[in-house]
Ligand binder design. Structure first.
Ligand SMILES: [Zn+2]
Length: 93
């Protein structure tokens, strides 16, 4: 009985929390750290009832983390090194 009520609530939340399309727009804001508290709540309500959005949230988060880790490990971007190298070559010629 309690489980049925939970299922019913989940289905209702799903209806109230907007579409997956809206959810993914909020996801982009959250990943960029620009979502409002209300948007975050709407998003969390939705992903609790929607597995595809939940999975894509984790995916986006891991991509962002990976990029951050890479950037932290490489304080100087490789394209900057290349442009410095080419300037040195130009000066030498
Ligand atoms: Zn969804």
């Amino acid at each position: 009985m309690a489980k049925n009520i939970l299922d019913w609530l989940r289905n209702n939340l799903r209806g109230q929390s907007g579409s997956c399309e809206d959810c993914l727009k909020i996801l982009e804001l959250i990943v960029d750290g620009e979502a409002t508290a209300l948007q975050e709540k709407q998003f969390r309500d939705h992903i609790e009832a929607c597995l595809p959005c939940y999975e894509s949230f984790n995916l986006e988060k891991s991509i962002k983390k990976l990029l951050q880790t890479k950037l932290e490990k490489k304080p100087v971007p490789s394209d900057l090194i290349e442009s410095i190298k080419s300037r040195i070559n130009e000066t030498a010629e």
